[in-house]
Design a protein around this ligand. Structure first.
Ligand SMILES: Cc1cc2nc3c(=O)[nH]c(=O)nc-3n(C[C@H](O)[C@H](O)[C@H](O)COP(=O)(O)OP(=O)(O)OC[C@H]3O[C@@H](n4cnc5c(N)ncnc54)[C@H](O)[C@@H]3O)c2cc1C
Length: 278
């Protein structure tokens, strides 16, 4: 559900068709989210949106890796990538080595750095910080069935999260690859934008964190063979949609690695291909 104050109606009108939202009368909007401020002048909604249980999704992917005889190694930072006759030799900081015919670069914000380790040209993958605050359920209400709420122009959003509410300033601050943390002022300003649309002030945070959303220069996912090294596959630049797209991205990369025609279709495959950067 998108909600707008009187001063935001232009951005609201621009976003609604783009996001497939239908205008909702304010009484119906308040029936769904009882804390909407009297200053809210317009609301729009869609039923066509779903929540992802991210922990369950990751566990399902990890289970699939184990079932296929694979292994997940943590605390093994890749320190060197050498091109060999058979494919690749990867050396981790802990001294362990892995040899493979095909290497998939799924290093998130560090994707360009890992490509450089392999002697390949970076594609301009840039990380941008996004922060989150977790606040107690406003007025002690049951928020479980509330829709995700957001402000026009992606200026903030809020969504139910296991009995509490996540509020994000929807920040997108360029940064270097690092283990991100939230900036207090960015969070406070985002919470203020959220508060302008509700009756309940935020008096306490339960938790806060930040992460990196990494984008290619054209903000489209990068999935496919490196033009200069066909056995080096890119899986990068997912921006804010890496969870949502993970299963399809993995299936597409499996098609490429196995030399099968792409199930997602040649046009989509071409749009995602790193070769588009020349
Ligand atoms: C606040 C926030 C909200 C988001 N909301 C959504 C959402 O609603 N829906 C959605 O679909 N997506 C969302 N995303 C985006 C999603 O989290 C990312 O697109 C996704 O995590 C990208 O996955 P990844 O595995 O490619 O990269 P990452 O999750 O960044 O993982 C990359 C991994 O590579 C490792 N690595 C890097 N360099 C090396 C090295 N040299 N050696 C070994 N390992 C290395 C890193 O340690 C890291 O573990 C959100 C992101 C943020 C920050």
């Amino acid at each position: 559900m998108m909600v707008a104050t009187a001063g935001e109606l232009e951005a609201f009108a621009a976003d609604c068709p783009h996001l497939g939202l239908r205008t909702l009368d304010l009484a119906s909007a308040r029936a769904m989210v009882p804390i909407l401020s009297p200053d809210v002048a317009a609301a729009a909604h869609t039923d066509n949106a779903w929540d992802i249980d991210t922990d369950r999704l990751l566990q399902a992917h990890a289970k699939a890796i184990r079932a296929a005889g694979g292994e997940t190694r943590t605390k093994a930072r890749v320190a060197a990538v050498a091109r060999e006759r058979y494919g690749w030799r990867v050396t981790a900081g802990d001294g362990s080595r892995v040899e493979a015919r095909v290497l998939v670069n799924a290093a998130g914000a560090w994707a360009d750095e890992v490509a450089a380790l392999a002697g390949l040209r970076p594609l301009g993958i840039r990380p941008f910080r996004r922060s989150m605050a977790r606040i107690p359920a406003p007025a002690g209400l049951d928020v479980a069935r509330w829709p995700m709420l957001f402000g026009p122009g992606e200026t903030w959003y809020a969504k139910p999260d296991a009995g509490a509410l996540l509020v994000s300033p929807a920040d997108e601050d360029a940064t270097d690859p690092h283990d991100a943390w939230p900036d207090d002022m960015v969070l406070a300003e985002g919470i203020a934008r959220y508060e302008a649309h509700v009756t309940e002030p935020v008096t306490r945070l339960v938790a806060r964190w930040a992460g990196l959303r990494s984008f290619a220069p054209d903000r489209v996912l990068v999935l496919g063979r490196d033009p200069a090294a066909p056995a080096f596959l890119w899986c990068a630049g997912q921006g804010g949609y890496g969870f949502q797209t993970s299963a399809a991205a993995a299936a597409h990369l499996a098609d490429i690695a196995a030399g099968r025609p792409p199930a997602i279709g040649a046009d989509v495959a071409r749009a995602l291909d790193p070769a588009r950067f020349g």
